[in-house]
Design a protein around this ligand. Structure first.
Ligand code: ADP
Ligand code: MG
Length: 259
């Protein structure tokens, strides 16, 4: 199972939308996918139709060692896609774990042992560089960075890359950057184009060729508890995520086996 963290400490840049729709596209391609909702807001869980009442065992219990990973796994309506849901409790984990010696490796350890059930694990990170995101970066083999095409997009990026360097140096030398996915791209807007150019100038080929367009279908889908790819698989947003998944598969550092 290859583990991929989807992170950017800015909120609202498209992490969760990317996580849900890439997970769905990969599952549709034949991969067995586990999505870990690692944000106390639980948007990935909601977006995949997991009711609050169905989140009795969530990633929080797994992280603090109260429950095993398999007890927290919930199948979704998408064949081959499972999720570990998140609840508000997860916010407390940052504090509760802070004094434990293995605080940075809790997720890594929780995932070990059950890996044979899935080919790919996507981790939808919260909008911060705190202990949760560190756990995700320690557990992951690769990092995917969604970047919204807006004026301050590049500002947070150097801080994120510094964090990656730190995690590499101290805990996880194999951590690689899979790519930067431009989100909410508006072709008619000069700023979008300019930001995309600037990002390419800084990180070069790490930027995926597919830019996800601003598309209202992508933002409507979660209120129906469905991935956009199921809600409307022909909308421009869905088509972009299918293309992005293809690019992503081609870049995986180790071949993940599709079923
Ligand atoms: P994050 O997880 O980084 O906070 P989200 O994926 O939740 O970001 O996206 C923030 C908001 O923007 C959500 O309301 C989402 O539905 C919307 N959104 C995300 N990507 C797009 C897009 N390409 N086009 C239109 N709306 C989008
Ligand atoms: Mg999110």
């Amino acid at each position: 199972m290859i583990r991929i963290a989807i992170a950017n400490q800015k909120g609202g840049v498209g992490k969760t939308t990317t996580a849900i729709n890439l997970a769905t596209a990969l599952a549709a391609t034949g991969f067995r996918v586990l999505l870990i909702d690692f944000d106390p807001q639980g948007n990935a869980s909601t977006g995949l139709g997991v009711e609050r009442s169905a989140r009795n065992v969530s990633v929080y219990q797994v992280l603090i060692g109260e429950s095993g990973l398999l007890d927290a796994v919930i199948p979704t309506q998408v064949p081959r896609l499972d999720i570990v849901a998140a609840t508000q409790d997860l916010a407390a984990a940052e504090v509760e774990l802070a004094d434990l010696p293995d605080r940075t490796h809790r997720l890594d350890r929780a995932l070990a042992g059950s890996e044979a059930r899935w080919d790919v694990c996507l981790i939808d990170c919260p909008p911060s560089l705190g202990l949760l995101t560190i756990n995700a970066l320690v557990a992951a083999r690769s990092l995917l960075i969604p970047l919204q095409c807006e004026f301050f997009a590049l500002e947070g990026m150097s801080q994120l890359l510094q964090t990656v360097e730190r995690v590499r140096g101290r805990f996880n030398p194999d951590l690689s950057i899979l790519g930067v996915a431009l989100t909410m791209y508006d072709r008619r807007n000069r700023l979008s184009e300019q930001v995309a150019e600037d990002v390419r100038a800084v990180v070069g080929d790490l930027v995926f060729k597919t830019a996800v367009p601003r598309n209202v279908r992508l933002s409507e889908a979660p209120s129906h508890g469905l991935p956009a790819l199921v809600y409307d698989h022909r909308c421009p947003g869905s088509e972009a995520y299918i293309a992005l998944a293809g690019e992503m598969i081609a870049r995986l550092p180790v071949p993940a086996v599709a079923a």
